[in-house]
Write a protein that binds this ligand. Structure first.
Ligand SMILES: NC(=O)c1ccc[n+]([C@@H]2O[C@H](COP(=O)([O-])OP(=O)(O)OC[C@H]3O[C@@H](n4cnc5c(N)ncnc54)[C@H](OP(=O)(O)O)[C@@H]3O)[C@@H](O)[C@H]2O)c1
Length: 296
């Protein structure tokens, strides 16, 4: 049985990987930031030497997008420098290295879904820092690095600890007591359920996949407004969704208008996530079961 060392066990994706690993025949050891801070190189080397994993999965990120603009050094430290160092350590110890990236490496101008081979052009510090991490890892250890890009990730009972939840949980909270809510209509995305991403990642690890860049997202596309309408239907929220075009800008910071990712490489190996609508239903089943269990 292969041993996975997971960084980011308290995160949305980390939590799902912990649940799924044994079903895919992996032993998994998960660490949180207090066990291992990936900006501390000596600690990273120590943990890797101690645990001796076959595979290292890094789900840690500095990914509050506006905060990356005001704290670029901190964003670079987690998304670039630490990923660079992890890739070097993995190469040294002959460990397969999986790290996650984002649709924000693209500028959104293509107008059709981005394939793995499309040229990136990030618009803001977050995208720049994640792309720097991708380039560093792939350059340093091309024979052992898998960069998995995803989009609009949500999962877990409380969402992302660093982002204070996730879009699904937060928009439901925001709608409370309101008759109408405005949600942006100009950004087109492929929202992805962390449970589906976790299983696809583990399938990829069990396949003949070659190292490189992969796009793993729920299939299909929608605007944030359309996503909100689907969320409210499942959550039985009566608030009306008013789509608004905010031009993709939050202050001076730009976001890609069209950042749907196309999974071509994993699909060729038979690895495909369900539609975003099915992913959202699976998440609601999880949330409903979680609430029932919490009551008992
Ligand atoms: N969320 C999205 O919408 C989205 C979209 C596209 C791509 N992605 C990418 O997908 C990946 C997983 O995202 P996610 O939403 O699952 O993240 P998440 O829920 O925010 O979890 C991130 C985890 O990283 C840990 N972490 C942060 N800084 C760390 C450090 N310096 N050392 C060690 N651990 C650290 C956090 O630990 P603590 O709990 O201790 O802080 C947390 O457990 C990330 O690479 C992200 O960039 C996410």
């Amino acid at each position: 049985m292969k041993k996975i060392l997971l960084i980011g066990k308290t995160g949305q994706l980390g939590g799902e990987l912990i649940k799924d690993a044994s079903a895919f025949d992996f032993e998994l050891i998960g660490l949180n930031r207090s066990d291992l801070d990936i900006t501390n190189e000596a600690q990273m080397a120590e943990k890797i030497t101690e645990i001796k994993p076959d595979i290292l999965i890094n789900t840690a990120a500095f990914h509050v997008v506006p905060k990356c603009e005001t704290e670029p050094a901190a964003a670079m430290a987690v998304n670039f420098v630490a990923v660079d160092k992890l890739a070097r350590l993995c190469r040294h110890h002959n460990i397969k290295f999986i790290t996650y990236s984002t649709d924000y490496v693209f500028d959104g101008e293509k107008g059709s879904p981005y394939e793995e081979t499309d040229s990136p052009r990030p618009l803001q510090v977050y995208g720049i820092s994640k792309l720097a991490g991708e380039y560093a890892a792939l350059n340093i250890y091309p024979e052992g690095v898998f960069v998995i890009r995803t989009n609009g990730l949500y999962g877990g009972a409380t969402g992302s600890p660093d982002k204070g939840g996730n879009f699904v949980l937060n928009i439901i909270k925001e709608a409370k007591g309101k008759n109408i809510i405005e949600v942006s209509s100009e950004q087109i995305i492929s929202p992805t359920y962390a449970g589906d991403l976790s299983q696809a990642t583990l399938k990829l690890l069990n396949s003949q996949a070659k190292p490189g860049v992969y796009h793993l997202v729920n299939e299909g596309q929608c605007s944030w407004a359309e996503f909100t309408q689907a969320i409210f239907k499942l959550a039985k929220v009566k608030t009306e969704v008013k789509p608004v075009d905010r031009g993709g800008a939050s202050g001076s910071m730009k976001r890609p208008k069209f950042s749907v990712l196309k999974n071509t490489k994993a699909k060729a190996l038979g690895i495909e996530l369900s539609s975003w609508q099915a992913g959202l239903k699976t998440y609601f089943n999880f949330l409903n079961n979680y609430q029932d269990e919490s009551k008992n």
